[in-house]
Design a protein around this ligand. Structure first.
Ligand code: NAD
Length: 297
């Protein structure tokens, strides 16, 4: 069992930290939001007053922050913690960020003699709670072996996809597909509803037909179709529209770097930007369906 510093206890980090405690690890945690710290304390972690304070005796450091600038700030910023991480500790960033930022932080870690992985996740808040996340890992194979026991306490699938930064590239590919699929699923259900169909029956049919996906079966965008989906609780919790918008922006950047064509990814980025402009940036990304129908509320 390890002493783990865990920084970033939001929709994903909170339940991931709780699963590490359940697996018997000792956690020192930090978040800027006091309520997130209180929840982690209730789950059995020790709340620290700063990211720096979590590092005392840490054998593993895990971060789960919103975006590139937060990760770069945490490790390399003015009060960056990288310089203070104990020698020999393993560093794992689970946030979804730009591949170039992941490589930059990993290179700085390596210059200090620390091993680092980018290990973004898929599986949503339900996967984080159930401990069934998929980890998409970039970094050295030997470092992943060192991290495996810790990752297994939070997830059930681990994919090693290449060197540092590769985990982020693979994650962006997955989320670009997800962003497009969610938008078109909402569009399809809205079309059916406009023709008088019952959205639940339509979704049940699609979920066992060729239009099936995570968006029809797990996170259906239409309110009332699935009791546990964000759509059925006012689009709260889940995966924020602004986070999807960030990921699609990163996918566009990644495409430009290699001259790839991603027409649907670029269209989807604009849809989530429009959804943000309509005031739904903080809601679950499945609220994009409200661009197609005012009945989806
Ligand atoms: P979130 O906004 O719910 O949580 C982020 C947390 O980080 C917040 O509690 C915030 O207070 C904290 N934070 C920000 N800066 C900090 C700092 N400097 N020090 C300490 N804490 C800080 O986001 P989330 O939904 O948990 O997502 C986290 C990451 O995981 C994102 O990169 C996201 O793209 C990715 N992700 C999210 C989901 C999902 O379904 N929500 C799924 C897969 C991946």
């Amino acid at each position: 069992m390890s002493r783990i510093a865990f920084i970033g206890l939001g929709n994903m980090g909170g339940p991931m930290a709780a699963n590490l405690v359940k697996a018997g690890h000792t956690l020192s945690v930090f978040d800027l939001v006091p309520a997130a710290l209180d929840a982690a304390k209730a789950a059995g972690a020790t709340a620290a007053d700063s990211a720096l304070e979590t590092l005392e005796g840490a054998e593993v450091v895990i971060s789960m922050l919103p975006a590139s600038q937060h990760v770069e700030g945490l490790y390399l910023g003015q009060d960056g913690i990288l310089e203070k991480i104990p020698a020999g500790a393993l560093v794992i960033d689970c946030s979804t960020i730009a591949p170039a930022t992941a490589r930059k932080v990993a290179e700085a870690a390596s210059a200090r003699g620390l091993s680092m992985l980018d290990a973004p996740v898929s599986g949503g808040t339900a996967g984080a709670q159930a401990g069934t996340l998929t980890f998409i890992v970039g970094g050295e194979a030997a470092t992943l072996e060192h991290a495996r026991e810790v990752l297994q306490a939070m997830g059930k699938n681990i994919f090693h996809v290449g060197a540092n930064g590769a985990g982020q590239v693979a994650k962006l590919c997955n989320n670009m597909a997800l962003g497009v699929i969610m938008a078109v699923t909402g569009e399809a259900i809205a079309l059916g509803v406009a023709h008088g169909l019952d959205p639940k029956v339509l979704s049940q049919m699609m979920a066992v037909s060729t239009g099936r996906s995570w968006a029809t079966e797990v996170c259906n965008p239409w309110p009332g179709v699935l009791d546990n989906a964000p759509a059925s609780r006012g689009y709260s919790g889940g995966f924020g529209n602004d986070l999807m918008l960030k990921d699609l922006g990163l996918a566009v950047e990644a495409a430009m770097r290699v001259g790839a064509t991603i027409p649907l990814g670029e269209l989807a980025r604009n849809l989530y930007a429009m959804n943000k402009q309509a005031g739904r940036g903080g809601l679950d990304f499945s609220s994009v369906v409200q661009l197609m129908s005012d009945k989806a509320s």
